[in-house]
Ligand binder design. Structure first.
Ligand code: KIV
Ligand code: ZN
Length: 512
């Protein structure tokens, strides 16, 4: 019989811990809505004790979602649990997720607690969380490097105290699939009350084994997988949702397990995460990379023409990647645009549609055909980024072989238009110099990359930047048919993200 594996998405919490991937509240709300549409069972919306911004975002998400459980992360102490509960209590389906490390190395050097003290903290935290809700998850941080019998003892005590899910993380991405499966089986056998809770796994990708470990764990009895879209997350990232879901979907004979994921929303969700965070997916990334369904070798192309199943184990349509994308042009009307955006997962208000329609017409004047990637960029830049500190209003650049590159820029700063100019050793340098002066910022440009959003010489340029200021790191993304303008938009977006980080300082670190 086919069993159900719950998908717990932590893109908004562990995913946001990717360097520079901070998202503002509007972006988080938009992503949470898309994750609900995708069909995930639980959304970990954030870590409310970490900052006021996190608390606010978790609270708004909790108020919005109807079908999906909303989890708030909390360390194993009363104050964090109260914060988490404060943020999620009005959710239709709230879940408190509390954690403490169980490995000796964490106990000795990070927590400076002994095993008995950690066991007591676990029991107290879970018991307290249970006074607030009957949906409590407990995680044993660094579980994969913990003493097995102690891990089982902690899980047993957590379940006894009322945990309904116990989560076994491979926090540092150290496990090997056979070993991790063996650990899961051991936990199943040596935790007497394990069947009163769901056993979950949460893997990091430091050795590139997160998906393999998660699948091995599911085979050994885990029934919840903690994942992120595109595998983003701390360091090398987390298990990627699309890889686990499509492995289960593609290999039902070997893995007779189902999820609630509507696979056709996988690709649009992946794109949305890239658009919002500025973290682009590598071309050879499984399932959602640009080359995942591209066949280069002649012999493969020949086979594909005869029967796609010769070289393709999944159809691109299954993940929502259609070869026949609707192409809109300058004569397309508002109605066609609304319909198409809705199919892409964007249900816009009349006011939002007006903004997107205006930008769409502007783009359609410059570019023969407007495709999904262009529309995604318009929505991300036009809707999700509204009400920001800095906004690019106007840009003029003179550059060439005989003139010193010079830029005139007009920005709205807190809604007030201001003009400025800058010189540089190239046009982008001149624009960045002008913007830095006008905004009074002093960020370091750590990385700059440029690519084309689609094929064709009239494609929009897509620029991503990584900026650092006073120890804070933010990514910025911008697109435009003009690459200088795309560069300016990316820089302004990065500066806005830095402003958000400055206004929402992380008051607490995750470790106790
Ligand atoms: O990696 C980890 O151990 C975590 C826990 C908080 C679940 O993210
Ligand atoms: Zn993690």
């Amino acid at each position: 019989m086919t069993e159900r594996v719950k998908i717990f998405d932590t893109t908004l919490r562990d995913g946001e811990q990717s360097p520079g991937a901070s998202m503002n509240t509007g972006e988080k709300l938009r992503l949470a809505t898309q994750l609900e549409r995708l069909g995930v069972d639980i959304i970990e919306a954030g870590f409310p004790a970490a900052s006021e911004g996190d608390f606010e975002a978790v609270s708004k998400i909790a108020g919005k979602l109807e079908r999906t459980e909303v989890a708030g992360l909390a360390r194993a102490n009363k104050s964090d649990i109260d914060k988490a509960w404060g943020a999620i209590q009005h959710a239709a389906k709230p879940r408190i997720h509390t954690f403490i490390a169980t490995s000796d190395i964490h106990l000795e050097y990070k927590l400076r607690m002994d095993r008995d003290a950690v066991l007591r903290a676990t029991i107290e935290a879970v018991q307290y969380a249970r006074t607030l809700t009957d949906n409590v998850e407990f995680s044993a941080e660094d579980g994969s490097r913990s003493d097995r019998d102690y891990l089982c003892k902690v899980f047993g005590a957590a379940i006894e105290a009322g945990a309904t899910t116990v989560n076994l993380p491979d926090t540092v991405g150290y496990a090997i699939p056979e070993e991790f499966a063996d650990l899961v089986a051991y936990v199943m056998q040596h935790t007497p009350n394990i069947h009163q809770a769901t056993l979950s796994v949460h893997c990091h990708n430091d050795l590139g084994l997160a998906t393999a470990n998660t699948i091995a764990a599911i085979n050994a009895g885990a029934r919840q997988a903690e994942v992120t879209i595109n595998g983003i997350g701390e360091r090398a990232g987390n298990t990627s949702l699309e890889e686990v879901v499509m492995a289960l979907h593609t290999r039902p004979n070997y893995l007779p397990m189902e999820t609630g994921i509507l696979t056709e929303h996988i690709y649009p969700t992946s794109r949305l995460v890239s658009m919002i965070t500025g973290i682009m997916v590598q071309p050879n990334k499984a399932i959602v990379g640009a080359n995942a369904f591209a066949h280069e070798a002649g012999i493969h192309q020949d086979g594909m023409l005869k029967n796609p199943m010769t070289y393709e184990i999944m159809r691109p349509e299954t993940i929502g990647l259609s070869a026949n994308k609707l192409v809109l042009g300058k004569h397309s009307g508002r109605h066609a645009l609304r319909e198409h955006l809705s199919e892409m997962g964007y249900d816009l208000s009349d006011e939002e549609l007006q903004i997107v329609f205006t930008k769409f017409k502007e783009l359609a004047d410059k570019k023969k055909s407007v495709v999904d990637e262009d529309l995604e960029a318009i929505v991300t830049e036009g809707i999700l980024r509204s009400s920001e500190v800095f906004e690019l209003e106007y840009l003029h650049v003179s550059a060439g072989t005989t003139v010193m590159p010079m830029a005139s820029v007009q920005l709205a700063i807190h809604g007030r238009s201001q003009k400025g100019a800058g010189y540089g050793n190239g046009p982008i340098d001149a624009v960045y110099e002008a913007i830095a002066k006008m905004t009074g910022t002093d960020s370091e440009l750590l990385r700059f990359s440029i690519s084309a959003l689609t094929g064709g010489t009239d494609a929009q340029g897509e620029v991503t930047v990584r900026l650092k200021e006073n120890g804070l790191v933010a990514l910025g993304r911008g697109s435009d048919p003009d690459i200088i303008t795309a560069s300016a938009k990316a820089y302004v977006n990065g500066l806005n993200r830095l402003e958000y980080l400055k206004a929402n300082p992380v008051t607490t670190r995750q470790g106790l």
